[in-house]
Every structure is written in C-alpha cells, then in structure tokens.
Design a binder for this molecule. Structure first.
Ligand code: TNX
Length: 488
C-alpha cells in the first residue's frame, strides 16, 4: 500500500509533502554516513537489508541516502528530505537521526518488517519532515517482578518501543513477589526471591545477573533508550524480607507471597539495618546504571505509618543523590519536601494531587502516568482476558484523549518531564501477553509525549494506527484488535 508522508506515529511536528516526487530504494542504493553518523547508518542498513535483500553498502562517499548531523538542531530533532534523487536525513545528534530512521521505516511498505526478502517496490513519498519531541522523557515501564521476562524478551520489547520514539525503559525490578536484580552484597535477594516459585502464582521465576542487566542497558543505549531501574520501597518489599528477615520489625521471615495483594509489607524506618541494606543496593544499582535516573518506588506504603514513610524517604533521597543519580519515585514520595532534581511520577486517577503540585511549585519536573490513561495493564474492555480494572477499562481513544500539561492543577507544560506507560505483570505470562496489552495503546501515549499539542486528532490517529496491523504481523508482534480502529 502506498504511504503518504504524514502516515507516521507519532505525528511529526511539520510535514510538507511533495506529491510530484518520490524515491525508490533499489538494488544499487547505497548509504553515505557523515562523521558521527556511522552507528545509525549501520542500524539503518541493518533494518533495511532483510526485507529488501539489497546490499545497501555504507561508506563516507556520495550515495543516494545521506545521513548527517547539524548542531543547530536539538539532540532528538531530525529533518528528513525525500526527493527523486534520494534521501537526506539530518539529526541534531545520533538520537535525532535514529528517530528519523524510525520515521523512514514507517514510510516504507509494511513488508519492510519482514524477516525474509520480499518482492515489493520500496517507495518513499516525496517531501520534507521536520520533527522534534514535545517532551524529553517518553517512557514505558515493564514489571519484571510479578512476572520475570528474559533478557531476549526485554530486547524484543525495546525493538517495538523505539519504533514509536520511546526513549526510556523503566524496569520495575523488585516487589513483594520477587527480586530480579543480582546484588553482590546481598546475594540471597536473587538466590531466594528470584528463584523457583517466585512471581504471581509462582509462575514467573528468574532474575538478571549483573551481566544480564548490563546487556539490557547496552542494548537499550544502542537504541537510544535510557534504562530507569526501580527498587520499590519502603512498601512492596516482601521478597527482600523473605531473603533477609533482619529487614523486618521482629526479625522473622514472612511467608513467600505469590498473590496479587498490595500494601502489606514495609521496611522498618527506625532500624539502622534498613539503611545499610538500602545504601548497598542503591550503590550497586547506581554503579550498573549509566542513565541519570534511579527510581525508589515509594508507592502504596499502607503498612508504613505516615511519619515513618517521611523519615524513610528523607533518609533515602540523599543516598540516591550521593551516588550521582536523580531520584524518581511514585508521587506519594512528594509527602516530603523534594529536591528540585527529584521526579515524582504521578500514577493515580484523582483529578488533583497536592503533593505533586507542591513539588512542581518547588521546581520538580513531573512524570505523567495517570492510571486511567496510561496503564497498559488495564483491560481494554470488561471482556479482556488479560489485565486488571481497578482504574477502569482503557480503550485506545481514552489512552489518546488527554493531555499531560492539563492533567493536574499546578502541573503545567513547564513542569512536565514527560509521559510513561507502565505495564504491571500480575496477569501476564508471556511476551505475547506483554505485546497484546502494549499494542495498540502504546502508540497513543507515544504520540501524546512526542507530537505538538495542536496535532492531536483522533480521526487522523485511528486512521494512521490502522496501518500498523500488517507491520506488527510481519514482526510477529501480538496486538489487541481494538474495534475502534479501522484496521487494514
Ligand atoms: C498499583 S501503580 C501499583 C502496582 C500494581 C498496579 C496494578 C503503582 C505505583 N502501584 O503495585 O501492580 O497498581 O495496576
């Protein structure tokens, strides 16, 4: 099917079609990589070769497809010019070029996602796209605690996310039902709570060794995605307490939990052992993590008194900072006065939140994940096999129909760091389950995070989204066939 220049998700900032022009990638087409663009040029060639069967040699000499950098553009900004003579892709930095490559892929026929050569005319529509993100943080979260997902599964998830210009992957590494990251100084965390029988219903065992985690971080970085690791505390810590009973009030190990209850476990704010543990864990996680953020959880601490909660968060925030990271936490952490570098992640369904507004007034940037709009674990409809419904059901139109800068009083455009779509895994058992909950709603959140506010248009979006069905089928990616979308 012929693509038009604007058939892209997220909608680009500026699209100027030239209907008289188009460029067709052929057997002799080559790629020219200016200095600094070699990595993205190699990636571009790598994503075009399997389906086209073309050699697409990359060199620094002249060629029909040119990649170059222009320091006048923002890092994530790019410009894509398609004429009869060829394609010029200019990025402010490699990240911008990479986003431009994702746009270019979307402008090619769906068969470009095939793993084997296809006899297709690889036609690109003529014109110019000038594009840049509205928000710098566009994220997805995967809960690997309730159900573990392997390194390969996470890599595959990243492959899908970056097609929509998502640039942060938040990993929810610990919870009541499991601990999924090896910590050298506290080895029983994973030996016990990452082992057999962990996860919801005991069906999600596993953990990342440090090498595994480094592999995920490196793969993400090669795709211009920053990993944001989360160690959830002072609640959601039963798995840590099963492994180390000294982290409980009475020193007695609690039973292992494989149910989906929340709000029953707590670290002990008044015990020094707690902070020795937290300090070790944060130091090791910070050492493993090149990105600027470290997420400390802080949600649903119903088993912690309000006073203990504040004391705990006030002790832990400076540790994160001392290890060189910006603290992120679920917005409950705004119960204390946050440093301006700390990021509250708003996740509730209420229309207002005083703590988050106060943090914004004090200079914090807020990450927007309202559950009724962004939670990919909510059921699509009451009939959905997978998912929960505590925040209501969430269809694509509802995921698309809101704005991060209008969601909370006191948190306007200037105070929004970006948006993130969390996927909790209580009901998920496979990568196909993950994909089914992610697509087609993630593209809606991605467009909200990237595209100019004024471009929001449900009719346009659902028509553009419809074209992704064959693309996901080619990639073997499961998706929910939402009846709101006129799938092709
Ligand atoms: C609430 S959202 C939680 C998680 C659950 C999720 C299920 C948040 C910060 N905490 O513990 O998995 O609901 O939707």
């Amino acid at each position: 099917m012929t693509r038009e220049l604007g058939d892209v998700i997220p909608a680009p900032a500026e699209v100027r079609p030239d209907p008289a022009a188009h460029f067709t990638i052929g057997d002799g087409t080559a790629i020219s990589a200016a200095p600094g663009t070699e990595q993205v040029a190699a990636y571009l060639a790598g994503v075009l070769r399997p389906a086209t069967g073309f050699g697409l040699p990359v060199s620094d000499g002249p060629a029909a497809i040119v990649l170059r950098l222009d320091g006048a553009l923002g890092d994530e900004e790019y410009r894509l010019e398609i004429t009869g003579a060829g394609v010029t892709l200019t990025g402010g930095a490699p990240a911008g070029l990479f986003h431009g490559v994702q746009t270019l892929r979307q402008l090619l026929p769906a068969e470009i996602f095939a793993a084997e050569p296809r006899q297709v005319t690889w036609r690109l529509p003529g014109g110019t796209i000038a594009d840049r993100p509205r928000f710098g943080y566009r994220g997805a979260m995967l809960d690997v605690a309730r159900h573990f997902f392997t390194v390969d599964e996470v890599k595959s998830y990243v492959d899908g996310l970056v097609q929509f210009k998502i640039n942060h992957l938040h990993l929810h590494l610990t919870d009541d039902q499991g601990w999924r990251l090896e910590i050298d100084s506290w080895p029983k965390l994973t030996a016990i709570s990452g082992g057999d029988g962990t996860g919801v219903d005991g069906t999600g065992p596993g953990y990342y060794t440090k090498a595994d985690y480094a592999e995920i971080v490196a793969y993400a970085a090669a795709h211009f995605v920053t990993v944001v690791p989360e160690i959830d505390m002072p609640g959601h810590v039963n798995a840590a307490q099963v492994a180390y009973p000294e982290l409980t009030a009475d020193g007695v190990a609690p039973p292992q939990r494989t149910d989906v209850e929340v709000g029953y476990s707590s670290f002990v704010a008044g015990k020094e052992e707690t902070y020795a543990f937290v300090d070790d864990v944060l130091r090791e996680v910070a050492e493993l993590t090149p990105g600027p953020y470290l997420h400390i959880g802080g949600d649903e601490a119903q088993a912690t008194t309000a006073e203990d909660y504040r004391a705990f968060i006030e002790r832990v925030l400076p540790l994160v900072t001392a290890y060189g990271k910006r603290p992120v936490g679920w917005h409950e952490m705004a119960a204390v006065d946050l440093p301006a570098t700390a990021v509250p992640q708003f996740w509730r369904i209420e229309a207002a939140d005083d703590g988050t507004a106060r943090a914004a007034a004090n200079g914090s940037k807020v990450l927007m994940s309202p559950a009724d709009r962004t939670y990919l674990d909510m059921k699509y409809t009451a009939e959905s096999r997978l998912g929960l419904d505590w925040a209501g059901t969430l269809d694509v139109e509802k995921a698309y129909g809101w704005d991060p800068a209008e969601r909370l009083p006191g948190v306007g455009e200037e105070s929004v760091l970006g948006v993130e779509a969390p996927l909790w895994s209580e009901t998920l058992r496979s990568l196909a389950d993950v994909q089914t909950m992610t697509y087609p709603r993630l593209p809606a959140i991605a467009e909200i995070g990237w595209s100019p506010r004024g471009h929001r248009d449900w009719e346009s979006f659902r028509r553009r989204l419809a074209a992704f069905a064959p693309r996901w089928r080619e990639q073997g990616v499961a998706f929910h066939p939402s009846p709101e979308i006129p799938w092709i």
